[in-house]
Design a protein around this ligand. Structure first.
Ligand SMILES: Cc1cc2nc3c(=O)[nH]c(=O)nc-3n(C[C@H](O)[C@H](O)[C@H](O)COP(=O)(O)OP(=O)(O)OC[C@H]3O[C@@H](n4cnc5c(N)ncnc54)[C@H](O)[C@@H]3O)c2cc1C
Length: 398
């Protein structure tokens, strides 16, 4: 334990983790005149910002609402999200002259590069007098306040300690269990963690059947449990991915099926009857190719659907085709796990925290923000919006 005469440095606020939430928290606290240190153990801050959105950072979503989040407490995120909205973040982006566009479904991306967002946050921190240190791992010696920390250069004392170390996904980008372990060591409740927004893997036999389709994308509605997402589905060499599958993966439980509708915008039986009336000699393969793509239609025929003209189809055959296309059931044997997951589900239980400030109820002056908390967003900019909003909430209080 560091004693006061061993303390080398004093800050008002120390933020452990210089990712999306930590940088936002640091700049807001700095703007309030607090002396802030952001300490990250990686060689750079904001690595996930840089790799996000395929290098263009899907930095928020215009339609971000509490029901875009998974949490054991679906109300927890409401306060922070309502006090720092997508439009607040957009205002900062516009102030910095960063060009952006809406891709689809309210998802805002940088026109140029994710680097723009990271540079903006770092510049805001600098202007607010925040100290940022990389390759700077801290340990918590004793909680206060004042809190005593140990760093590579000696003891540090601070009034507010903010844990912003993120989730477990993509360990090679600096992810660690630091925040979760600290919470557990303090006796705080932690919801079980698992990979979310992650491709699913299929068992060998199924994979061999679908091997030819690797790389093909189709539109689909993918349901896990009672929640369905209508977006693109991508066949991969290990199973299935694409936005619809990633979204559903956060709701999928091991041992359950995923239900996939490959004709998501309509009634396939009605479509096939209409085609039969218009072009009775059209092959089923051609009729299916219109929405399934040629390769998927060919595979579906090869694996047991009738290959005749539409006017030869009996009603039971029609029913089987509809079942196969509109209620295709796959039984994943797992997911690709944290090595490719965009997020970590679960985390520090929200019952331990104030929804207004993210401060720990049992430990005054200790805050948790961002993905380390049991709040996980849907794909499409919601996870960053949670990082900004929770970081902002703590930055105003710490
Ligand atoms: C490939 C990929 C793409 C994504 N794309 C998007 C997207 O486009 N839109 C979106 O909304 N979300 C996206 N996400 C999710 C988003 O990146 C995260 O939800 C968000 O970054 C979480 O912010 P955070 O600050 O809580 O954690 P992070 O951004 O992960 O930051 C945590 C920081 O803590 C540091 N750290 C960890 N352990 C320690 C320790 N012991 N000591 C010191 N520092 C430590 C890490 O080095 C890191 O800098 C993506 C995620 C991935 C993996």
């Amino acid at each position: 334990m560091a004693t006061s005469d061993q303390v080398r440095e004093q800050f008002d606020v120390v933020v452990i983790g210089g990712g999306a939430a930590g940088l936002m928290c640091g700049l807001v606290a700095g703007q309030r005149g607090r002396r802030v240190l952001i300490a990250d153990h990686a060689n750079k801050v904001g690595k996930k910002i840089l790799m996000s959105g395929g290098g263009r950072c899907n930095f928020t979503n215009l339609h971000c609402r509490p029901d875009n989040f998974l949490s054991a407490n679906p109300h927890f995120m409401k306060s922070a999200l309502s006090r720092y909205t997508p439009f607040d973040f957009i205002a900062m982006v516009e102030r910095h002259g960063i060009p952006y566009h809406e891709k689809t479904l309210g998802q805002l991306f940088c026109d140029r590069s994710s680097r723009d967002i990271l540079q903006m946050l770092v510049q805001e921190c600098r202007q607010a007098g925040v100290t940022i240190r990389t390759r700077h791992a801290l340990t918590v010696d004793q909680l206060g306040p004042p809190h005593h920390l140990q760093g590579p250069d000696g003891g540090i004392e601070c009034d507010s300690l903010v844990i912003a170390t993120g989730g477990l996904s993509i360990p090679r980008m600096g992810a660690s269990g630091f925040g979760l372990d600290l919470a557990a060591s303090l006796g705080l409740p932690v919801q079980p963690t698992r990979a979310g927004l992650v491709p699913i893997t299929l068992p060998g036999r199924k994979l061999r059947q679908l091997a030819e389709l690797s790389g093909v994308a189709v539109q689909a509605a993918v349901r896990a449990g009672s929640v369905a997402f209508r977006e693109a589905l991508l066949f991969t060499h290990r199973g299935l991915s694409g936005p619809a599958v990633l979204q559903a993966s956060s709701y999928w439980q091991p041992g359950e099926a995923m239900h996939i509708d490959l004709f998501p915008d309509g009634d396939l039986a009605a479509y096939l009857r209409e085609q039969r009336a218009l072009r009775p000699k059209q092959s089923l393969r051609n009729a299916l190719s219109v929405f399934l793509s040629k390769r998927v239609a060919a595979e579906w025929i090869r694996s047991g659907l009738p290959d005749g003209p539409l006017d030869s189809l009996s009603e039971p055959q029609l029913a089987r085709i509809v079942e196969r296309c509109q209620n295709w059931q796959v039984w994943p044997d797992g997911t690709e796990g944290y090595s490719t997951a965009e997020v970590t589900l679960g985390g520090v239980d929200t019952s331990a925290l104030s929804s207004k400030t993210m401060e720990c109820r049992q430990h005054p002056g200790l805050y948790f923000i961002g993905e380390v908390i049991d709040v996980t967003g849907h794909l499409g900019g919601h996870n960053f919006q949670w990082a900004w909003a929770s970081g902002h909430a703590a930055g105003e209080a710490a």
